[in-house]
Ligand binder design. Structure first.
Ligand code: ATP
Ligand code: MG
Ligand code: MG
Ligand code: MG
Length: 565
């Protein structure tokens, strides 16, 4: 590629809303442009990086025997109603209607689609295990789209789904995917850590997040100094139920009027927002029930666990919820089961705690509850604060000191079990001819977020320092003076030679001052720069500079191509 032909409009001024290095440099280097909140266009250099990450992911997925498919981005609402996630997924889902008033969403994820896609055709245990995957734009109406590619509303995700005949098969498949993820992020050149995670929205039990370690990360990772223990800080909260019960013992029933945001509630309760998870603990039939307000969710986005009998609440509609000024519920399951061993979560608005006929939400097929009388339905309402782990805590496994660092979630693997196959009635026939639900897993990689993570990890005050495997070009050849015919000839010769050797090389043939070309090379972050200067013709040497280390050396022109290959 010739730099004179490359469309990469660099910026002098960084837009004020670009707060972190990856966002700033991708804009400045002319790789990325914003078209709307959380919506971006990839210009040629940015597109090349995306394709390189996609290629690594594709090779590693193929190597596991997983097969690539493509599902529609736009999905019918029906299947989400069927699984119960149409309202449970909450306001993060982009919903739309066609001219006949049929409902659709722009896929934030594809569990429903793939399960219904296979349910009548993946019929026999002989066809399993099966892993299908796709590379596609995903849509999420994030509360706070920010940091460029890190948290956007349209982004590229690789999503894979596995189908096994039993739990044992699922564990094996999970491990295969986990190992593939390890290879993907290693090949992308990231400094990362797989950590135990909370299963959140998607459901399921066993799950790991792959965290790229970086100060700009929105997540916090707890890791042990001695053993292998590493967990997302939300998962690492030690034994939440017990703590709540303890803490709850000395707090009283409390009214929380006029609290419509988490900040309102935090102010009212005088709890610092940053370091705590707010929880409301209920005592129901002698069992502690926890209601959590987590992270950046609104106050009404809370989950109650272990709600057991004796209540007379019934489902409310989204409209009734809205009439109470509440958003359709977002569920935040914390992973506990009811005594009959079925997961069951209720979303309660704590502001309605002392209001008879309150409205709550539940994760049952888009239902919520109305006519909730907290005093009647939940006894001994108390408010407790659950502390997140701090550096003073010790490892829950071995008791050694822990470290807490920031991370960027670049991927996650889940064991879903039969959550979706049961809800969507997707079964196969086992060896004995008996119908059984698929035992599923799902596995996501944030392709575009991985790009941002790489830049967060590898940059300096001049620009990006790409890992070679995902750099837009591996080598740039820069003649110091474009007016010097001899230099241009040597540079072009090297460019042609490197191209012939299969190196991804850019020839900076622009009629610009050397300083401009050097600055652009540092900003865009090509891993290797070959400079052809005055001495090149005389000595038959060039200068090879490694962007990451700053190491420079002089090499004979004849050897230089082989050196950088
Ligand atoms: P987060 O916790 O950051 O909101 P998530 O847990 O909601 O992410 P998953 O549902 O696990 O995300 O999706 C799989 C992967 O997709 C994530 O690990 C992440 O790398 C990527 N991803 C999720 N949301 C976004 C987003 N808004 N912008 C870019 N990438 C994203
Ligand atoms: Mg999310
Ligand atoms: Mg997450
Ligand atoms: Mg996740």
């Amino acid at each position: 590629m010739l730099a004179s032909k490359l469309y990469s409009p660099t910026l002098r001024e960084i837009p004020a809303d670009a707060e972190i290095a990856s966002h700033q440099y991708m804009l400045k280097a002319g790789m990325l442009r914003k078209n709307g909140s959380g919506l971006y266009s990839f210009l040629p250099l940015g597109r090349r990086v995306t394709l390189k990450v996609e290629q690594i992911v594709r090779e590693e997925m193929d190597a596991t025997g997983a097969q690539e498919i493509m599902m529609p981005i736009m999905q019918p609402a029906e299947i989400w109603h069927e699984s119960g996630r149409w309202s449970a997924y909450g306001p993060e889902m982009f919903k739309l209607q066609d001219r006949h008033d049929n409902g659709y969403c722009l896929g934030p994820t594809h569990e429903e689609l793939i399960t219904t896609l296979l349910r009548n055709e993946l019929r026999s245990y002989k066809q399993m295990p099966l892993i299908l995957w796709q590379m596609q734009n995903k849509y999420r109406d994030e509360i706070r789209p920010r940091f460029g590619l890190m948290r956007s509303r349209e982004f590229v995700m690789k999503d894979a789904y596995s189908f096994d005949v039993d739990e044992e098969g699922l564990h094996k498949t999970y491990q295969i995917m986990y190992d593939a993820y390890d290879r993907v992020f290693t090949r992308c050149g990231l400094n990362f850590k797989p950590v135990e995670a909370d299963s959140g929205q998607i459901g399921g039990s066993h799950t790991h997040e792959f965290m790229a370690l970086a100060a700009a990360g929105e997540a916090e990772v707890v890791s042990c100094s001695k053993c292998q223990y590493a967990a997302d800080i939300e998962k690492a909260v030690p034994n939440t139920l017990d703590m709540a019960a303890e803490d709850a013992a000395d707090v009283e029933l409390i009214e929380t009027p006029n609290c419509s945001t988490i900040e309102d509630l935090a102010n009212f309760l005088q709890i610092p927002v940053e370091k705590t998870i707010k929880a409301v603990a209920f005592d129901v039939d002698g069992k502690t029930v926890l209601c959590m307000v987590r992270g950046d969710h609104e106050v009404n986005d809370v989950a109650v666990q272990n709600l057991v009998g004796g209540n007379t609440i019934e489902p409310a509609t989204d409209e009734e919820l809205k009439a109470h000024g509440l958003q359709p519920g977002y569920m935040s399951p914390m992973g506990a089961d009811t005594p009959d061993n079925e997961s069951f979560y209720v979303i309660v608005d704590p502001t309605a705690m002392n209001v008879p006929n309150g409205v709550t939400g539940a994760n049952k097929h888009g239902y919520h509850y109305k006519n909730v009388n907290p005093k009647r339905d939940f006894q001994n309402v108390t408010v407790a604060t659950i502390r997140l782990m701090t550096k003073d805590d010790v490892c829950p496994h071995c008791g050694a000191p822990i470290d807490i660092v920031r991370g960027i979630e670049v991927g996650q693997v889940f064991e879903l079990g039969t959550k979706y196959s049961e809800a969507l009635n997707a079964t196969f026939l086992d060896q004995n001819g008996k119908a059984k639900p698929y035992v599923m897993g799902c596995y996501g990689i944030g392709v575009t977020r991985t790009i941002a993570a790489a830049i967060e990890q590898f940059h300096d005050d001049k620009g990006i320092m790409w890992p070679v495997a995902i750099a837009p070009y591996e080598v740039v050849v820069v003649p110091v003076s474009s007016k010097d015919e001899e230099q241009m000839k040597i540079a072009e010769g090297l460019y042609t030679q490197l191209k012939g050797m299969g190196v991804d090389v850019l020839f900076d043939d622009r009629n610009e001052r050397a300083g401009v070309k050097f600055n652009d090379a540092d900003l865009i972050g090509y891993p290797v720069r070959i400079t052809v200067g005055k001495k090149s013709a005389a000595d038959q040497t060039v200068e090879i500079k490694v962007r990451r280390t700053g190491h420079e050396e002089v090499a004979a022109i004849a050897d230089s191509a082989a050196r950088v290959q």
